[in-house]
Structure formats: structure tokens, C-alpha cells
Design a protein. Sequence first.
Length: 405
Amino acid sequence: MTPPLAHTARPTSLTEVVGQKHLIALGKPLHTFITTKQLPLSIIFWGPPGSGKTTLARIIARSVEAECIELSAVNTGKADIERAVNRARLTQRKTILFLDEIHRFNKAQQDALLPHVESGTLTLIGATTENPSFEVNNALLSRSHVFILNRLTDKDLEQLLTLTLTKLKKTVPQTCITQIAHYANGDARQALGILELLFTLSPSPTEATLTEALQKKHLHYDKNGEEHHNCISALHKSMRDSDPQGAAYWIMRMIEGGEKPEYLVRRMIRFASEDIGLADPRALEQATATLHAVNLLGYPECNTALVQCAIYLSLAPKSNAVYQAVLTIKELIQKTGNLPVPFHLRNAPTTFMKQIGYGKDYQYAHNAPDAQVNQQHLPSELTDTTYYTPQRGWEIEQEEAKKSK
């Protein structure tokens, strides 16, 4: 199987790297580390997708003549780390562990790395698109040099595409190079992927070929664009239609596509209150418990918790009564403004406030049978308005129990 162009065209030395001059130019930190072969205990590369994190890690490993073990935090557990440690001890060579998407590692997994980094068994190079001050443990972060990689400019990508075409001994119109660089949005992998697709469609690409390539690229590869929104829409509608099979499939599609687990939990928490509400109050508890599971376990161990939550929300009775109440009240407040609080509901901490009627005739619920009182709780202008109407499940049971008293 032929490897993708983004792999075969990857730079193998600093002289081939485009962009990031603030790190790799003569006298800059990475250039110094590489030329002196003196690396810190660990390095964290923080930058957007396709900015060169993996490329720089491989160049460092090659330059310092180290064994390089590459893992992705998406599908790596403690056992994989232990195997890497054992391999390093067995070979007795300087070993670099490149951990892509290190932000996907939870606290326990990161803690498991720390003693091996401190002992020098492994030199860690982590890569992340997320702010490491939020995603990397303080103990590990304090022992790391954090290098911020900038988004590649269109000029950087044009340079990369031109160098790649020279290596391939192929040509495309300059207008195509310019358009690809702009469309790739700072992502070298994206730019090379489009170029590869261009030659797949035609041995002599034109601007028309590029138009076709960009359409195909968008439909099949842009997980942050249309495909992302299509999948989350399919997940929501599967749960809303009480289809656990569809919900389980679509959430796994997004997990396998690299979606952040925090985003998936956030959407399910919202769904629990918007589409289930008080038809099953436990739905919100399940969703918020899943957030705790995600934070505790991290990827990939949290995938079962995510699927479990999606199935539970699918099976729960549905009601949008709370959501409709929110919309109705919000619209009413915009129309009526700051209506005064009825006097009997107002607090009266001073004698003067009592004298002018604050708290007068207020009925204390705990003094009434079953703690039920019949008094006005809305501004006088809205006394006959209903905002919340129970629909199904637990909320109907509570309404019927109230009526039976």
C-alpha cells in the first residue's frame, strides 16, 4: 500500500522545514538543542493541526541518534507506556517517546509517565493542539520546555508545495498552488492531501481539476466542517427519536473520528435537559456523571461511558417542556421588562421595609398541611400565564400526585 504524500514528503532535516523560524532558525532554542544534542527532560509542542509537531519530533530523534517510539494518546493506555519503558531499558539507548495528542491523557496516565521521565529512561516529546496549562499535569509541565508552534502562513504552504512538486518532478499552475495554500488554512497535512488528490484526478491538473479536488476533500475529510455537523445532528436526532442503535453508532463514529470527548458530553448534557428534562430527572444525572467519567478515564477508556450515556438518553422518556418554558419566559421578559416582585414575596430586613408592606401577608409553606400554600408568585400582570406544561414520564406523575391531594 502506497503511503500518503503527507508521509513521504515529510521533511527530514531542519533545512527542509517551512515556518516556525522563531524555534528553528540559527541560535533559536530547537536549533540549539538539536545541534548540541542536549535535550531537556521533556518537550511539549503546542500548535494547530499540520503545523509540524510530529515532523520536528522525528527530526529531533534522528539528529540526536535516539530510538523513537511513537504513540497516540487516543488509543494508548498504561500498558503501552510500560512496554515503551521496557523497550528503552532493554535497548539501553537514548529513547524518545513521542506522544501525540497528549491532552487526551488523563491525570493518572500522565502521572504514570512522570517517574520514567524524571529518571531519564524516556525523553518525552508531547504534541497537543490544546493549551498545555489546562491539559497537562503541573508536575509534568514544570519539567517540560513548552514550544508554541504557529499556524503556517499561506506563504509557508506555497513554499512547501513548491518543494514537494520539485521532489516529485511534477508541475501544477501557480494559481493552483496559491489556492491550495489558502484553502488548507495553515495545515501542511491538508495542503499535501489536496495536492495528492489533485494528481489522483488528473496527471496534468488544471484549475478545473482543483475545483473538483476541493469538493471531494471537503466532503470526505473535513471532520471539523460539514461532516462534523452532520454527525452530531444524526446523534441528536437518533436520541430524540429513542433509537439506541443509531445513537450508539453515531457517537462511535465521532469518537473514532477523533472528536473531543468533552464536546460529546457537553452536547449530551444539553440534550438531557432540552429533550428529556423532567420526564426522567436521572438523565441529567447520567450525563453529568459521564463528564466525571471522561475526566477521570480519558481516551480511550471513556468510550464505553460515552456510548452508555447515549443509549440511556435514547431509552429515556422525552419531554421538551423545560425547553419550551425557557423560550416562552425569555420572550415574555423581553416584552414586559422588569416587572415588580409582589410585595408579599419581598424580603423585609429593615423596619422601614416592613412598614411600607414588604413581606406583608406572606404565607410560610412549612406552616401549611403538606407544605402547600396558595399564593401569588408572579407579577400581577402575568398571574394567568402558564409557562411549564408537563408532558411525559416523571413530570406527569408529579402533576397527577399534586392534583390528587
